[in-house]
Design a protein around this ligand. Structure first.
Ligand code: HEC
Length: 184
């Protein structure tokens, strides 16, 4: 049998002691001490666990709730920063802006499709009117400026049976459909 590999430890201090009855397929084991570096790491983990349990939740080491709270704060900060970085998409709707849409094909197409779903039943497929007044006769009973038409569409004219559309159409659609009803 070959000699066991030499260890760096002093053999007089640590004589090789075979572990009795520990033999498997001819493989035996010495009862040698753990290497010092390994033991120190092991003791360090025990010391750390004592410190960890004592310090947990005292502000030195955050517990789960504190970590969660900080995470939520960070998400809120990121959201706010992101929102600030986004240019606001809302446009100021005014007479000039609405007039600009009168020859904006894309807006008129958007307006037409909103008209077909939301307005046609009362104002007619050709704007000829029905339950609501006609749009193709050039007459306006509730204000003929584009802004007045826009407000009448958005807020409705409840007393006259014209429903509000602010919850039914997006801002873009409201502007676009206002332009569209001037194309009949
Ligand atoms: C439920 C039926 C109904 C629907 C749907 C409806 N309207 Fe009207 N609308 C009316 C009635 C009724 C009036 C007011 C009639 C009056 O006072 O003579 C009116 C009036 C208006 C006016 C004022 C007209 C004027 O002569 O000054 C505008 C503008 C208008 N509607 C736009 C729209 C648009 C745009 C839509 C679709 C987004 C729409 N309406 C959908 C019934 C409707």
């Amino acid at each position: 049998m070959s000699k066991p590999p030499e260890t760096k430890q002093d053999p007089s201090k640590y004589p090789d002691v075979l572990i009795e009855g520990h033999e498997y397929d001819g493989i035996k084991e010495y009862d040698n001490p753990m290497p010092g570096w390994w033991l120190w790491i092991f003791y360090a983990t025990i010391a750390w666990s004592v410190f960890y349990i004592a310090a947990l939740g005292t502000g030195w080491i955050d517990d789960y709730d504190a970590q969660l709270e900080r995470g939520i704060e960070r998400v809120a900060e990121k959201r706010a920063a992101h929102q600030e970085a986004q240019p606001s998409e809302a446009v100021d709707v005014d007479e000039e802006y609405l007039a600009g849409l009168l020859d904006d094909d894309e807006a008129l197409a958007t307006g037409e499709s909103a008209y077909r779903t939301r307005c046609v039943a009362c104002h007619g497929a050709q704007g000829e009117g029905g339950v609501g007044p006609a749009f193709n006769d050039g007459e306006w009973h509730h204000g003929d400026s584009l802004m007045e038409q826009y407000r009448n569409t958005r807020d409705g004219i409840p007393a006259a049976g014209m429903p509000a559309h602010d919850a039914l159409l997006s801002d873009d659609e409201l502007s676009a459909v206002t332009a569209f009803i001037n194309t009949f």
